[in-house]
Design a protein around this ligand. Structure first.
Ligand code: ADP
Ligand code: MG
Length: 263
């Protein structure tokens, strides 16, 4: 079953100079088309500036494309009625790179994780507490974090809270935009393994966005390579890489041991 269908997405930005009436149009996405099956993890890789985050905002309904459509679970994202919008807000979640920016610094961790439950569920206080405990267990965090504030947590713990909040209301798809990029290699691996386990347990779909081809290939069923606003290659699991833009990303990966590095 197709869960997400992205068709002919084009995005232009107009760069200012309104006073001079000289508007420069910058083309950021050019004719992006792909679809995602329920339960699938698609990787989206590309150099910085290739348009990944713009595409992720369009998929999340945070920004409108210049043209093209996004269908989520059979509903056109930009043509949905209020009831449909509400269920999309529940079924489509996101985790971004800088977790600290995505939290209200004045909320405790318990309040942060409870928020989607308050919005979407009719739980009693006790049921909410039980659900928070269950979610913390799912992301391997100790109950003692509930009374802390985001700034008191490590980067890895913050990303686990972000993931707990994203899975709180049983979404169908999570868009992860550079979700592990600010973490060191060991933590990245732990979070990738956690995401894999959750995907299995909760029957989730992911769009995993990163400039790191290695990490993306580890988790994704197939990887779409973006270059200057276009998808230039689709890399199937363990298939060879061909497009120059993909090879450039591949060569950017440093071997883990300094002795094996080229230069
Ligand atoms: P990536 O996530 O792959 O690094 P982005 O989607 O963030 O790429 O950016 C792609 C291009 O779009 C960049 O050149 C960026 O400057 C431009 N861009 C992104 N958002 C805006 C905006 N709101 N206004 C103008 N240009 C933008
Ligand atoms: Mg980005």
């Amino acid at each position: 079953m197709i869960l997400l269908e992205v068709t002919n997405i084009v995005k232009h930005y107009q760069h200012g100079q309104a006073l001079l009436r000289k508007k420069q149009i910058v083309s950021v996405l050019q004719d992006i088309t792909f679809s995602l099956h329920a339960g699938e993890c698609i990787g989206l890789v590309g150099q910085s500036g290739s348009g990944k985050s713009t595409l992720s905002r369009i998929i999340l309904g945070l920004e409108k494309p210049t043209s093209g459509t996004v269908q989520f679970d059979g509903v056109n994202l930009y043509d949905a009625n209020n009831k449909e919008k509400n269920s999309i807000r529940r079924d489509l979640q996101a985790v971004f790179q800088n977790s600290l920016n995505s939290f209200n610094p004045k909320q405790t961790i318990a309040e942060i994780i409870e928020e989607p439950l308050l919005n979407f569920e009719q739980f009693s206080r006790l049921e909410r507490q039980q659900k928070v405990a269950e979610l913390l267990h799912c992301v391997e965090l100790d109950w003692t974090v509930t009374t802390k504030y985001p700034s008191q947590l490590s980067g890895g713990q913050q990303q686990r809270v972000n993931i707990a909040r994203a899975i709180a209301v049983n979404p169908k798809l999570i868009v992860l935009d550079e979700a592990i990029s600010s973490l060191d290699m060991i933590l990245q691996k732990h979070i990738l393994q956690l995401l894999q386990r959750l995907q299995q347990q909760l029957n989730l779909s992911y769009i995993f966005i990163s400039h790191d081809l290695n990490a993306t290939r580890f988790i994704a069923d197939r990887v779409l390579v973006m270059h200057q606003g276009q998808i230039v290659e689709e890399i199937k699991k363990s298939a060879a890489i061909q497009h120059p833009a993909s090879l450039e990303l591949y060569n950017a990966i440093l071997p883990t041991h300094p002795k094996n590095r080229k230069n």
